[in-house]
Design a protein around this ligand. Structure first.
Ligand SMILES: [Zn+2]
Length: 252
């Protein structure tokens, strides 16, 4: 299985190479999402160290919007252009109205998001999108830019499934599916070919405990149960989706 969204730059994993090595026994690959420029170098170094197993996603997370300026954006674009071949996705980027309540900062988030999606389209890199309490606005931006390589991580916009379908976007499902009816509904409605696995580890908790990338197994079991198919089918299809969407060159 493949965890398409976790955070190996987090203190829990940082410099714990043995722990990351242990994931290799159970997973084909992990994509680690670096949400802040402070972590970009570490993330790419990790990617190099675990070539063909750890893949890098680099972005400017909307939660940190207050810190970012136009210079941050310029530097980001320069960095990504230079490291293009070492990065499988731009993210996480998006809108977060749960943590950011200030109207001006929300406008700034939208401006950044739009610029980042446009940039991704120019260099033809997939994007990994974080949306919290802002689905309508985020979808408006995504649809206006008309870009298909969109991965909606931990997607919870159950009323917008038709748009996900029509635009040929992909979603990833995480441990939240164990407790959220909304997320179960989304998995039931969307065909397997649109679904990938994630944990958002270690941020996402399972029964009060920080999750680990290997917890994609629990997520896959739940998807199999909801869709009334075998675990193996979930594994094979979600792997295929992740490999082709992010163009992963696995080492095996
Ligand atoms: Zn995340």
């Amino acid at each position: 299985m493949i965890d398409v969204h976790c955070h190996l730059e987090h203190e829990k994993f940082k410099n714990n190479k043995e722990l990351i090595k242990s994931f290799k026994r159970e997973l084909k690959a992990v994509i680690t999402s670096s949400p802040h420029p402070n972590d970009f170098d570490y993330t790419l170094q990790l990617k190099k160290e675990f070539e063909g197993f750890v893949f890098a996603c680099i972005g400017l997370h909307p939660e940190y919007i207050e810190e970012f300026s136009e210079d941050t954006l310029d530097a980001f674009e320069e960095f990504v252009k230079e490291k293009k071949d070492e990065i499988v996705s731009i993210g996480e980027i998006g809108l977060d109205y749960f943590w950011v309540k200030d109207e001006k900062l929300r406008e700034k988030q939208k401006w950044f998001f739009e610029k980042l999606v446009e940039f991704a389209k120019t260099i033809n890199k997939p994007i990994t999108v974080h949306i919290r309490d802002a689905h309508e606005d985020a979808f408006k931006i995504l649809e206006a830019i008309d870009f298909q390589k969109v991965h909606l991580h931990m997607f919870g916009g159950d009323k917008l499934i038709d748009k996900v379908m029509a635009n040929e976007w992909k979603i990833s499902v995480g441990p939240i599916i164990l407790r959220s009816k909304k997320h179960k509904r989304i998995v039931k409605k969307l065909p397997l070919e649109r679904i990938m696995l994630e944990t958002d580890s270690p941020w996402m908790k399972i029964n009060g405990k920080e999750s680990m990338p290997i917890d994609v197994k629990i997520v896959a079991e739940k998807i199999a149960e909801i869709k009334k198919i075998s675990l193996q089918e979930v594994e094979v299809e979600t792997d295929k989706n992740a490999i082709s969407f992010f163009n992963l060159e696995l080492s095996y």
